[in-house]
Design a protein around this ligand. Structure first.
Ligand code: HEM
Length: 497
């Protein structure tokens, strides 16, 4: 455990000391300034989770470490330490303007992670009354969303994407499914035309990857959102944008565009990652194959397990200390930066002594963070993943990975780790009516998928309208996956099939 007086202690040496950016003596080595471990560079690119475990073994639940340009942070690795940090706004804030590395310029606007920590006037970066005002507007607008209607659209867009691949017998489920579905759904939620989808996916990818066109892509997204706000102020419709405009908090045009971008981009990236991870799990994890495990893992359970094992955001930069304090045995100084360690917190041996144990029914993972900033869109993210994966398995019940699992490539950074592609094969089949219920087609459905799934609690209707009859399948339709009970038929109706 680091002590305040040890040579590697950020408390003694000042958390914001930095090596010269790009210094050849440092770049690529796993140890940087002050002998601290780097969370970037070759070792971290290969196995960041392994670096976190070394840090945990060396320092305990809160460890000093380096992010790009050797800027020092406290990596919060413990589950309860992360929760304490996010739930204690009197000591820790998301307002990066208090970070000493920002104040002294070592984490300046040219820092590779600047897009995620640079302060902006939106709910993610503010606290107290201003946070309540901005977040209250977002959650107020979300409260009016028709979740059943959204599920119906998720199903429709899933079918549309599947129509684009079903005749080919092979696909990359990351590039052709997971990366498109959340954007199509979120554009619909915002009330924007579907035509934006491909360009928006391209722009969002650019912005997230920080390519040289990232600034132009950000400008494109902001212009499109600003135009959309102007249109909806003039002519409100039944969508999230109009609801956000109508909130009593009276967001300005800039605040409107900022929050629409936050919702669109955060939702896009996280949910695309989640779908890809769940699909990989479904294709490779024996727990999903009922006959092998003796138990059955439903799609929502696979989603939850994936949120534990492969959280869509692995860490966030971050939280900042407002005052001198202690966390996990470390002395934290006012102005220090702390990394919200979502992935390391989720595998903290204190809460998960056996990583292979099924986390069924346990939603206390850190994937959506916690405290005042806890993700307000988690039920929408879960709904997109559940419904999209469900629809895919219904349409392509014989889908198989076309490469060995060990050949799958990942792209990783401090912020997230995601699959580069997920190549699969399946029997060729004709497209379907996009508004129809996904229908298993020849070849015969695989018997060991368990695609029937309980509703996530928060989307369960408190006053559900009476179930309507499920439209019967056309006479020539192939056998459904299995005989359905009333509950399953209700679920299908609920999902909009
Ligand atoms: C699987 C999908 C998702 C994951 C894993 C995820 C995760 C997160 C995380 C980790 C945070 C940061 C919390 C913090 O600062 O401590 C966050 C914030 C946020 N998320 Fe999500 N998110 C997802 C989907 C969505 C969706 C679909 C929406 C909108 C419809 C959304 C809207 C937001 C907003 C507005 C915030 C800022 C909240 C605040 O600062 O008060 N997210 N999300």
């Amino acid at each position: 455990m680091t002590t305040p007086s040890s040579p590697t202690s950020p408390a003694s040496s000042g958390l914001t000391d930095a090596a010269p950016p790009g210094c050849p003596a440092h770049t690529g080595a796993s140890l940087g300034a002050g002998g601290l471990r780097r969370l970037y560079g070759s070792e971290a690119d290969e196995d960041l989770a392994g670096v976190y475990e070394k840090l945990r073994a060396e320092h305990g639940p809160v460890a000093p470490a380096l992010i790009h340009n050797d800027v020092r942070v406290w990596a919060v690795l413990g589950h309860s330490e992360n929760l304490h940090m996010v739930r204690t706004p009197s000591q820790y804030t998301r307002d990066s303007r208090v970070w000493s590395a920002v104040k002294n310029g070592t984490a300046g606007p040219d820092h590779p992670l600047a897009p995620v920590f640079t302060w902006q006037p939106m709910c993610s970066f503010v606290e107290g009354a201003e946070h309540q005002r901005l977040r209250g507007a977002v959650t107020g607008a979300m409260a009016g969303l028709d979740h059943r209607g959204i599920r119906r659209h998720i199903n429709r867009y899933s079918n549309k994407l599947l129509n684009g691949i079903c005749e080919k017998g092979e696909a990359d489920l990351v590039g052709q499914f997971a990366e498109h579905l959340p954007m199509m759904v979120m554009l619909h939620v915002l009330g924007m035309p579907e035509d934006y989808s491909d360009r928006m996916v391209q722009a969002a990818r650019d912005m997230i990857k920080g390519t040289e066109t990232a600034i132009a892509s950000n400008a494109y997204v902001m212009e499109a959102l600003t135009r959309h706000v102007v249109r909806r102020r003039a002519q409100p419709e039944e969508d999230f944008t109009s609801a956000l405009i109508a909130q009593p908090q009276q967001l300005t045009d800039d605040e409107m565009a900022e929050h629409l971008r936050l919702v669109l981009i955060a939702a896009y990236e996280a949910t695309a990652n989640l779908i890809a991870n769940v699909l990989r799990m479904v294709l490779t994890d024996p727990r999903f194959r009922a006959q092998l495990s003796g138990g059955q893992m439903t799609v929502p359970e696979a989603v939850e397990q994936s949120l534990w094992d492969e959280p869509p955001f692995s860490a966030m930069v971050g939280y900042f200390a407002k005052q001198d304090t202690q966390l996990g045995g470390q002395q934290i100084k006012a102005g220090d930066g702390l990394l919200l360690g979502i992935q390391p917190g989720n595998v903290d041996p204190v809460v998960r002594p056996d990583l292979s144990a099924n986390m069924q029914g346990n939603r206390s993972h850190l994937a959506f963070s916690g405290g005042p900033h806890e993700c307000p869109g988690q039920d929408i993210g879960r709904a997109i993943a559940d419904t999209g994966v469900d629809a895919l398995l219904m349409r392509l019940p014989d889908v198989e990975l076309s490469v060995a699992e060990s050949e799958l490539a990942w792209r990783s950074s401090i912020l997230s780790r995601h699959l580069v592609s997920l190549p699969v094969t399946f029997g060729k089949r004709p497209p379907q009516d996009v508004s129809a219920r996904p229908m298993a087609q020849v070849p015969a459905p695989r018997k060991n998928w368990e695609v029937s799934s309980p509703l996530p609690e928060a989307l369960e209707p408190s006053a559900a309208p009476a179930p309507q009859p499920v439209p019967t399948a056309p006479a020539a339709a192939p056998e459904p996956v299995r005989r359905k009970g009333a509950w399953r038929r209700f679920l299908e109706w609920w999902r909009g099939y």
